[in-house]
Design a protein around this ligand. Structure first.
Ligand SMILES: [Zn+2]
Length: 251
């Protein structure tokens, strides 16, 4: 069957010539898919709304020899609250790019799909703690991808790390005790409370993230831990992450 149907979140939507767009989709049924949507940039196109970034839409795709193409599509959820301000759009762009890099084409990943769908719902609400939800998304996505950092036991010797100050090394994959702190050149020290918050973000009900009270200083430390870890393990600094930094973090 050359035609197939999927429900998918638009991770990326790039304008091409002739009013076409190249889409990167994260589908529930088939994982990540690249497809071309012909003519969707024409003002008269009825598909236009459904192919915008972060839209959750239903697609009928045609399997091509090199690239699949969009036969029909219809928006299910546009997340209009998310498009209301630059802050949320920037975070959503980052979440989509991170998901794109952490996903393989044609590999079904229902967990990542539902995580992204949930987080898009949550950050599009008024009053959402977008920053903390983003940290929560990062650690959960890493967990799904099998890349979660070790947060309980020292990656050097395996003992539980219970000191007030905890070393963290991206290259060796997690927390480091005082005796093993020479294990790698990139060990940085953080209060244990910061690592405890990270553990909480992994397990806590996402919908109740706002109940976790986190000071600006700890937020900064969480961002530092996650950004270093992610750029080390993805071997890339994401363009959207750099953009977020420029926009919000001048301290
Ligand atoms: Zn150790």
């Amino acid at each position: 069957m050359k035609l197939y149907k999927v429900d998918a979140i638009v991770l990326r939507s790039r304008e091409m010539r002739d009013a076409d767009r190249i889409l990167t989709l994260l589908s529930r049924q088939k994982g990540k898919i690249k497809a071309v949507a012909h003519g969707v940039n024409k003002p008269s196109s009825r598909k236009r709304g459904a192919v915008q970034p972060f839209c959750y839409s239903s697609f009928l795709l045609y399997r091509g020899r090199e690239l699949d193409s969009v036969n029909q599509c219809e928006g299910i959820e546009a997340f209009s609250g998310l498009r209301a301000d630059l802050d949320r759009i920037s975070y959503a762009s980052y979440l989509a790019e991170l998901t794109d890099y952490a996903s393989m084409e044609d590999q079904i990943n229902g967990e990542a799909f539902f995580l992204l769908l949930t987080i898009l719902h949550l950050i599009s609400r008024d009053g959402a703690d977008v920053e903390l939800l983003t940290r929560s998304f990062e650690i959960r996505l890493l967990d799904i991808a099998g890349l979660r950092p070790h947060l309980d036991n020292c990656v050097g010797c395996g003992v539980p790390v219970e000191s007030e100050t905890v070393g963290f090394s991206s290259s060796t994959g997690g927390v480091v005790c005082g005796r093993c702190s020479g294990i790698a050149g990139d060990v940085k020290f953080f209060p244990r409370g910061t690592v405890e918050i990270l553990k909480l973000l992994l397990k806590w009900d996402l919908k109740k993230t706002e109940r976790i009270k986190v000071s600006p200083r700890v937020r900064q430390q969480l961002r530092q831990i996650m950004q270093n870890y992610i750029s080390y393990h993805l071997e890339k600094k994401l363009a959207t992450a750099l953009f977020l930094e420029k926009l919000y973090y001048h301290y």
